[in-house]
Design a protein around this ligand. Structure first.
Ligand SMILES: [Zn+2]
Length: 298
């Protein structure tokens, strides 16, 4: 792997799962010059090794987009490459390392991402890997990256993680978490993302609820804040969006959606989350919950 100047700008979406990162990625991916890659951190295992579906509905190894990216970046995908990146990831890309990211293998680990981003062939790529630790690695290694920290009411997130959802990739149920477990992770992941500005990262925070309340203005102000040219949003009309196919390597089931979609806030937790669970989540997510403005009922 060679070390050279990158011209690709990266928008990295951070946050706990079920916070709206996939939706935001799909919407940003409709902007001209922007390509959504999905959760690249999982591409090595789920795409390269397991051959799971790309967002376009074709198995990763057969997707023409990813085939070309692999050729350009690495001379083709291989088990050895994926294994190497996963080994480096275990050494370097750990949440507990955020406080002290200097690691001898950091440059080699990040170079795999850098080559992949560049090979996507777009001025701007989106990586919705979500983890604060990978964001920290990218920043520490000098990647031109802007972090978008997506937050959502922890009670809604807890309710979502407690539901049964099938993975379109293999029909298996997605991981379920008890609300208390989700609350602990919500606090940990958001607290880790809060550390990033202190590591030199440029971070913009977006609330899922604001995106759904006013999709157009929220996307416009986000895009301008990220330094994207005056964005045009022909794919958006009020709360209706039209999504084209995407080649997201991994992510939640929404990544497969093509066509019209109604942008409606999911408030099922208001009636669906039991009082006891709500009290536990409220207690375990304080004070970050208040910092993000999630005080009242909904
Ligand atoms: Zn594809």
């Amino acid at each position: 792997m060679t070390d050279r100047e990158s011209t690709t700008r990266v928008i990295y979406l951070g946050g706990l799962g079920r916070s709206g990162t996939t939706l935001l990625e799909r919407l940003l991916g409709e902007l001209p010059g922007v390509v959504a890659l999905g959760e690249v951190v999982h591409l090595w295992e789920r795409g390269v090794l397991a051959g799971e579906l790309c967002g376009c509905g074709v198995a990763f190894p057969d997707c023409p987009f990813w085939r070309q990216v692999g050729e350009r970046a690495f001379g083709g995908w291989s088990q050895a490459l994926a294994g190497k990146v996963l080994t480096l990831r275990r050494r370097v890309d750990r949440t507990r390392r955020i406080a002290r990211i200097a690691h001898p293998d950091l440059a080699e680990y990040v170079q795999a991402y850098r080559l992949l981003y560049e090979a996507a062939g777009a001025p701007v790529v989106i990586d919705s890997s979500k983890h604060a630790s990978l964001a920290c690695c990218l920043v520490a290694a000098g990647v031109d990256v802007r972090i978008v920290h997506v937050v959502r009411d922890p009670r809604a997130v807890a309710h979502s993680w407690a539901r049964t959802v099938r993975r379109p990739e293999d029909g298996q149920p997605m991981t379920r978490w008890r609300p208390a477990h989700t609350a602990v992770h919500w606090t940990a992941q958001n607290a880790a993302l809060e550390l990033l500005p202190g590591r030199g990262a440029r971070v913009t925070r977006v609330r899922y609820e604001d995106l759904l309340a006013a999709p157009g203005p929220t996307l416009t102000s986000l895009a301008l804040g990220l330094g994207l040219a005056e964005p045009e949003l022909p794919f958006l009309e009020g709360r209706t969006a039209w999504l084209g196919p995407s080649h997201t390597a991994s992510g939640n089931p929404m990544r497969f959606h093509v066509g019209r979609i109604e942008l409606r806030r999911d408030d099922a937790w208001v009636t669906g989350l039991r009082d006891g669970d709500r009290r536990v989540v409220n207690a375990l997510t304080w004070p970050l919950r208040a910092r993000y403005g999630y005080r009242g009922l909904a």
